[in-house]
Ligand binder design. Structure first.
Ligand code: PXP
Length: 250
């Protein structure tokens, strides 16, 4: 039995830029990685323009927007600076994430419930511009309900905690976290939200997340870019695609 349509794979290319910036030169080029990912079957490209520009830079976003024929998912914090860039580039999708300067990666989800009035005003012009606006949140029902209330089209459920528990071999806790993600996905879909998921996903932990029927898209970055060192980017993506498809019975 197959679970509806194939799940989409969004490839996050931030860490190609991390590698480039480590040397202050022009390579490896995130745009080249995005085009290779597209050729390898990625359904979309995600890039996170951080306030501190530690990996992706403004010029990368411009180049991705101009050159890609698959959807660009522009990940950013909900700041006025980012809103201005989003409204100029009008990417296919915008994923709003919490951002702290001192963090290594996006820790935890956005507090949509606690910032609902501001976020309603913040996303309105993006929705009007035709962007699919997504909230990167935990599976807490309050955050899911608030995302629906403020008019977001999509929620991306944070799988980082599940991934950490799985990596530490705390499998009973990982299973409980998976259950909470499943319940969150069902609630979100029942409220009319499209459901995505991502963070920390690898070949070893992707299958149970890929098998959640309501999850329409996974966004995966760090593991794939790391694996590309060994396999090449195209084969690394193709293997993830195979594992996602297998988990859904394709
Ligand atoms: N989704 C969101 C919203 C993220 O912030 C990230 C990390 O940039 C990812 C997915 C991908 O996570 P990872 O790089 O661990 O695969």
């Amino acid at each position: 039995m197959t679970l509806g349509d194939k799940q989409r794979l969004g490839v996050n290319i931030d860490h190609v830029a991390t590698l480039r910036n480590a040397r202050g030169v022009a390579w490896p080029d995130p745009l080249r990685a995005a085009l290779l990912a597209e050729a390898a079957g990625a359904d979309g490209i995600t890039a996170h323009l951080r306030e501190d520009r530690r990996h992706i830079r403004d010029a990368d976003m411009e180049a991705l927007r101009a050159a890609l024929s698959i959807p660009l998912n522009f990940e950013c914090a909900a700041t006025d600076e980012m809103a201005a860039i989003v409204l100029r580039l009008k990417p296919h999708a915008v994923c709003l994430v919490p951002e702290k300067r001192e963090e290594r990666t996006t820790e935890g989800g956005l507090d949509v419930a606690g910032d609902a009035n501001r976020l309603t005003r913040f996303i309105a012009p993006m929705c009007e511009a035709g962007c699919r606006v997504s909230m990167f949140i935990g599976h807490d029902p309050r955050q899911i309900e608030a995302s629906a209330r403020i008019g977001a089209a999509v929620v991306e459920l944070h799988t980082g905690h599940y991934s950490d528990l799985h990596a530490e071999g705390r499998l009973a806790e990982a299973e409980a976290e998976l259950d909470a993600l499943r319940r969150g996905a069902a609630l979100a879909q029942s409220l009319g939200l499209e459901v995505h998921a991502g963070h920390g996903l690898t070949y070893d932990n992707v299958a149970p997340i890929a098998a959640i029927a309501e999850v329409r898209e996974l966004n995966i970055g760090h593991f794939l870019i790391g694996e590309a060192v060994f396999l090449g980017l195209g084969p690394a993506i193709e293997e993830m695609r195979r594992r996602m498809d297998r988990a859904r019975g394709f």
